[in-house]
Design a protein around this ligand. Structure first.
Ligand code: F0G
Length: 347
């Protein structure tokens, strides 16, 4: 079942909305076995969004945005992207026979994300400049031409993405104490907060979580309180200097009593390796930012040990292996038999 079928009554869909799905959503909430123990946290979970059909959480919002765009008669979809949005949009366009045009910052997105958009048949434009410039350009174009803008400024994207909050509450039986996630263009933190509030209002949860957002230090406009002209970080998915949903993020933070803080690239990459090596969960660098922040919050005594904490792993590690490979030992090159192999392995 896709997210529209599963959460239909909470989404802006009706009888004239076409049925679209790639069986997205319903991703696992994996309990931590080792990191939680090491941190002294009894109830730590990972919402593994990398298991969505195109490998990131973007599929939840895209399926709703695509269904609504088709309902409105659009046949050309367009977005700017740091990679995952474009992969997702291209997949749903392929499935529904629509045209996909994606604009990515030239030379700035992970190869595997680019290969997804190309394989799904999108027209890909690599625009000189950063993501913020690409988004500005696409918004300008979409205001003048008959194309459906599929970035998270499209309200249907946020509607679809809020279903991840529903799933967490459905599985835990209530909202967690902390929800920690990466913040780039800030659509997802906006969406989760909406989802938690709606479920709370509907009596499905007795409480609301504190919303905790992680930005990368070189791309931390919300933490700094002003746009970053030239954002820099190894976590290319969140290399964004002027988030479109800025206000949604600060509202989520302030209304929930949460926080948005920055972590360094070194913290991000070491959290990514620790997650993979001690939990068996490979997430892309942007997705490791919230775990890096959790490490710091625990170190600073800011997280209650018996709190229920959910870290959102927004995208699969297979999206951007190049970024991660620099920080692990390369394979051992060997020409030999079992004896030499055993010797090299010190067995
Ligand atoms: N994690 C991943 C893996 C992402 O791809 C993104 C955003 C985020 C976190 C941040 O989410 O923007 O809602 O705050 N990627 C966008 C894209 C910008 O174009 O794929 P956000």
């Amino acid at each position: 079942m896709g997210v529209i079928a599963r959460y239909r009554e909470h989404l802006p869909v009706g009888p004239s909305t076409p049925e679209v799905d790639l069986k997205e959503g319903s991703t696992p909430l994996v309990p931590s076995l080792n990191i939680g123990k090491a941190l002294g946290l009894e109830h730590l979970y990972f919402k593994y969004e990398g298991l969505n059909p195109t490998g990131s959480f973007k599929d939840r919002g895209m399926v709703v945005a695509v269904a609504k765009a088709l309902e409105a008669g659009h046949r050309v979809f367009m977005c700017a992207s740091t990679g995952n949005t474009s992969a997702s949009m291209a997949a749903y366009a392929a499935r529904t026979g629509a045209r996909a045009i994606v604009v990515v910052p030239s030379g700035e997105i992970a190869l595997n994300k680019l290969s997804q958009a190309l394989m799904y048949g999108a027209k890909v434009v690599a625009l000189k400049g950063n993501f913020d410039h690409a988004l500005e350009t696409v918004r300008d174009l979409a205001s003048r031409y008959p194309v459906a803008l599929m970035n998270s400024v499209n309200p249907h994207r946020i509607e679809g993405q809020k279903t991840a909050a529903f799933e967490i509450v459905d599985e835990l039986g209530d909202a967690p104490d902390y929800l920690i996630l990466p913040v780039g263009n800030a659509g997802n933190i906006t969406a989760y907060w909406r989802g938690f509030r709606q479920y709370h209002a509907a009596g499905r949860a007795t409480r609301l979580p504190r919303m905790v957002g992680a930005q990368a230090e070189g791309a931390a406009p919300i933490v700094n309180g002003s746009p970053v002209a030239d954002p820099k970080t190894v976590a290319s998915a969140i290399k964004i200097g002027n988030p479109a949903s800025w206000e949604g993020a600060t509202s989520a933070r302030d209304e929930s009593g949460g926080a948005i803080s920055a972590v360094t690239d070194i913290e991000i990459l070491s959290a990514q390796i620790r997650l993979a090596g001690s939990e068996g969960l490979f997430a892309e660098p942007a997705s490791a930012a919230p775990l890096a922040l959790l490490f710091r919050l625990v170190r600073d005594g800011k997280i209650d040990k018996d709190a229920v904490t959910v870290v959102v792993l927004t995208g699969s590690g297979l999206k951007d292996p190049e970024a991660s490979l620099k920080s692990v030992e390369p394979p051992i090159e060997l020409d030999g038999d079992a004896r030499t192999l055993a010797k090299v392995l010190k067995l």
